[in-house]
Design a protein around this ligand. Structure first.
Ligand SMILES: Cc1ncc(COP(=O)(O)O)c(C=O)c1O
Length: 358
């Protein structure tokens, strides 16, 4: 007799994180390695968050507040919504998993783009759902194409705006048309992990205003990117009270740790930090574009903190060559790599090494 595993997880592949900086240093005998591979914040996080963590360090023996009460209150206050419509999570990664567990039954169809954030598809398969893939058009979400794929088996639709890894966005008009045309029994999840970096005016800056009209909408945000708290694992989701109540039933009792809660509250208050990272990021992207143009490389103009660029050579090969020179980026597919925006010094090191490699 042998143990049995659920068939739904048989062909899933474990997430492969990039090599840690220290391993790359050791492997290639390098003193300095820069990582522009995970869309992290090159400025760190708000000093307020650091201070809040220091203060909380004396409470590590106490369980976190399982309700994240103060964090919910801070988010509610900042965005003018009810605490009962908010659910903090251990990064939005955890929320992708919880949303899939809350809604997907065997055989349900889940519409998603390709390429987009990979956890949408893996959690769908994990639940026995059927991913319905709609390719990007010109590196951008094809919402009309997604609408065409709706059947009476469609349970959920994942939207990522702006998108990872392409950095592209769709406009307020396109989102509003889409929301209005999707049947109300289909759950639409709107992942805004990179919203703070968007520069275009036609981006739906205030997605929360759609929640009242569309009770089938779930909005996901994270503290990992612009707020620079990736290591702490904290994000939050906003939806109707009914949806939040149901997701909350399957949540682990202490899913957001104490340091994450206090740091997120402090970070929310520091608008100056967000303004600074916005400018540093915008300047970094313009620097990349200028250099890619000079090198004759095509790229997707990005509304995030990363740029997808066609290096016209095998992406894996370029990735290895850059790594040997102390720069970690992310090979995406074919000849495309994704590079996160760093400090100007890091951006310059990347560009110089890319020129060298090419
Ligand atoms: C689009 C998108 N959603 C969600 C996440 C998960 O972020 P976190 O779990 O750190 O909040 C990421 C991380 O890269 C992302 O790119």
């Amino acid at each position: 007799m042998s143990i049995e595993f659920r068939p739904q997880i048989q062909d899933l592949v474990a997430y492969k994180p990039g090599k840690p900086i220290d391993d790359v240093k050791k492997e290639y005998g390098l003193d300095r390695v820069i990582k522009l591979a995970s869309n992290e914040n090159p400025l760190g996080c708000s000093e307020n968050a650091n201070n809040a963590i220091q203060d909380a360090l004396s409470h590590l023996h106490i369980y976190p507040d399982g309700n994240s009460t103060n964090l919910k209150a801070a988010i509610a206050d900042k965005f003018n919504i009810k605490p009962s419509q908010i659910l903090p999570s251990s990064g939005s990664d955890e929320m992708v998993d919880q949303i899939s567990k809350t809604f997907i039954q065997e055989g349900d169809e889940v519409i998603m783009a390709d390429i987009t954030f990979p956890r949408y598809i893996s959690t769908c398969k994990m639940m026995g759902g059927i991913p319905v893939i709609v390719p990007l058009l010109n590196h951008t979400y094809d919402l009309a194409g997604m609408k065409e794929k709706i059947t009476d088996k469609t349970r959920m639709i994942w939207l990522c705006n702006p998108n990872n890894p392409t950095g592209t966005m769709f406009t307020t008009d396109i989102l509003e048309d889409f929301l209005a045309s999707v049947p109300k029994d289909i759950v639409i999840i709107y992942d805004e992990a990179y919203r703070e970096f968007v520069t275009r005016k036609d981006y739906p800056q205030n997605s929360l205003r759609y929640l009242e009209k569309y009770p089938n909408l779930i909005v996901m945000r994270t503290f990992s990117k612009a707020y620079g708290l990736a290591a702490l694992r904290v994000g939050f989701t906003i939806a109707s009270e009914e949806i939040i109540d149901h997701i909350n039933r399957i949540r682990g009792p202490f899913n957001v740790n104490t340091l994450a809660q206090v740091a997120a509250i402090a970070a929310l208050d520091d608008d100056a930090f967000i303004e600074k990272i916005y400018s540093v990021n915008k300047e970094g992207k313009e620097f990349f574009y200028h250099n890619f143009d000079e090198l004759g490389l095509e790229y997707a103009p990005s509304e995030t903190n990363h740029v997808l660029v066609d290096v016209k050579r095998d992406a894996q090969e370029i990735f290895v060559e850059l790594q040997k020179r102390g720069v970690i980026v992310r090979p995406i597919y074919g000849t495309f790599i994704r590079v996160s925006v760093g400090t100007m010094e890091e951006n310059t090191i990347f560009v110089n090494n890319l020129k060298d490699v090419l």
